[in-house]
Ligand binder design. Structure first.
Ligand code: URA
Length: 205
């Protein structure tokens, strides 16, 4: 578990964490093939955090998460929920682009994802949406496929000493998967997952 950096505000702590990550992440400081790291961005006080897999080509070029085609779909999903990117926080399991966009390897996740956990420990959102298999596997600590897990509330417990309250997680399909399988069924499933998230956020006020 990473010791969280000090700072008066969540913004300051996230900025310090980003510097710590870029200087010391055992995966990203040794990985090759990426141009720059993509830390994550959004509202440090977000009630809702989206977690994706890893930067793709456009993200690697621009240094920002979800700004390629999958990102446009995610933007539409956020808008359909009545929010904007400025309301939420968006991060990935891996902070550097895997060669040829391959799926992150367990050894890579093990070394980089503690920084995602630290981001979530700083933000402490009310709900996390895990987008696709790798994010869901990491947060839920399971090997079950996304098709079985999507649409059902689960939770992620921050690894704090002395215990911390679990944060509800809604697994759904990755927007890139949705784009590849743009059927009424898949679209309906994602929308139903997002509606559950909206209902929960509304109930929590
Ligand atoms: N896919 C992801 O999982 N993350 C990004 O940032 C972009 C595409």
């Amino acid at each position: 578990m990473i010791a969280l950096p000090e700072g008066r505000t969540a913004t300051a702590r996230l900025d310090a964490l980003r510097a710590m990550h870029d200087a010391g992440c055992p995966h990203c400081t040794t990985a090759t093939g990426h141009t720059q790291t993509v830390f994550g961005e959004g509202n440090p006080a977000a009630r809702l955090v989206f977690v994706g897999e890893a930067p793709g080509e456009t993200e690697d070029q621009l240094g920002r998460p979800f700004v390629g085609r999958a990102g446009q779909k995610l933007d539409e999903m956020i808008k359909a929920m009545g929010m904007s990117r400025a309301d939420v926080y968006i991060a990935n399991v891996l902070k550097s682009r895997p060669p040829d966009n391959r799926t992150p390897m367990p050894s890579e996740v093990e070394r980089c994802a503690p920084y995602l956990a630290a981001q979530l420990r700083i933000i402490r959102p009310q709900v996390i949406v895990s987008l696709g298999g790798p994010a869901t596997k990491f947060l839920l600590g399971v090997e079950t496929g996304i098709t079985k897990l999507r649409g059902q509330w689960a939770s992620w417990t921050p690894p704090e000493e002395g215990g911390a309250a679990p944060i509800p997680v809604m697994p759904t399909y990755h927007p890139a998967y949705l784009l590849r399988n743009y059927t009424p069924k898949t679209r309906g499933e994602v929308w139903s997952d997002l509606k559950q998230v909206m209902d929960r956020l509304q109930r929590q006020g």
